[in-house]
Design a protein around this ligand. Structure first.
Ligand code: ZN
Length: 297
């Protein structure tokens, strides 16, 4: 991250940060060639950007968007471009990802997946995800972390992690987002969930034509930004605390342990933390021949 001293707009490797309107910050995932897949660099870029927006007294609403064509393909299974945990400031206290086996994986996924997503979910300002195209697995976690989701009509959502021998993504919000029965169907089948059905289920707030997506998010952000900031912050807290009083954090941390059990099982049976049968075809041989510490989804 670098700061442009003229405008005090930070710049990042994997995302962009802008103030498109007074009171509004826009964070845009910007690895379009990788379908905005989230690697370590993007994780820490995102965390810094959310912290910037949270700390900036001029910002009242945060938009999270993805550079076209797709919002996010999920966690980057191809590795982290040679970077390791030690290249970034750790946010939680699990520390090194280096220990072998479950210890290093637990530290890694506690830090960069469950911990970060929870942290972004609790940023004390309204957040709006603008989602187009594909939103897969870890991409769901990014959208779910936001308070409001506006989707383009062509947006599609999917968690295919069961096919990889794991019981859903690390931030297990599925039952909270679409209800227990639909969550089971979507996880069991790995089917796509279309934008309009996602809206009917309550996971998505609005569905709009793709060429109106960002304008719609900006218009909503502009309206929200007219409201008193402290009231917005406490309103967000009120809703989040209501959901948390229903047991969400406890349920999610227990499911995270099941998720880790799945990874350990896959290592025992397949030699890598996922069932290679569920990996994209181009990646199967590669990961079977060379177990990669970077693969964690
Ligand atoms: Zn995982």
């Amino acid at each position: 991250m670098a700061i442009d001293t003229m405008s005090e707009i930070p710049s990042y490797e994997t995302i962009t940060y802008a103030h498109p309107l007074p009171g509004v910050a826009q964070i845009t995932l910007n690895r379009p060639k990788a379908r905005n897949a989230q690697d370590l660099q993007m994780t820490y870029d995102l965390n810094d950007a959310f912290e910037q927006a949270a700390a900036d007294g001029e910002v009242k609403v945060i938009i999270l968007a993805g550079a076209d064509p797709h919002f996010c393909a999920g966690h980057d299974l191809s590795g982290d471009s040679g970077k390791t945990w030690a290249d970034f400031p750790q946010v939680n206290t699990w520390g090194s990802f280096d220990p072998p086996g479950a210890e290093g994986r637990f530290a890694r996924e506690s830090e960069i997946y469950l911990g970060m997503t929870e942290r972004w979910r609790n940023v004390p300002k309204p957040t709006i995800a603008a989602v187009q195209g594909k939103c897969i697995a870890g991409g769901l976690m990014l959208a779910w972390a936001c308070d409001i989701i506006i989707a383009s009509a062509d947006a599609e959502f999917r968690d295919p992690v069961v096919e990889m021998g794991v019981c859903g993504v690390e931030f297990f919000a599925h039952p909270w987002e679409v209800g227990p029965r639909k969550a089971k169907e979507l996880l069991f089948t790995a089917d796509w969930l279309g934008a309009e059905e996602a809206r009917q289920l309550g996971m998505v707030n609005q569905v709009v034509p793709r060429d109106e997506l960002l304008a719609t998010a900006l218009a909503m952000a502009e309206r929200i930004a007219q409201k008193p900031l402290f009231a917005l912050k406490l309103t967000k807290e009120a809703v989040n605390q209501t959901q948390d009083a229903m047991g969400r954090p406890n349920a999610m941390s227990q499911v995270f342990a099941l998720h880790q059990l799945c990874h350990s099982h896959n290592v025992q049976v397949h030699g890598i933390p996922v069932d290679p049968g569920g990996l994209p075809k181009g990646m199967r041989g590669r990961f079977v021949k060379k177990p990669a510490s970077g693969i964690s989804e």
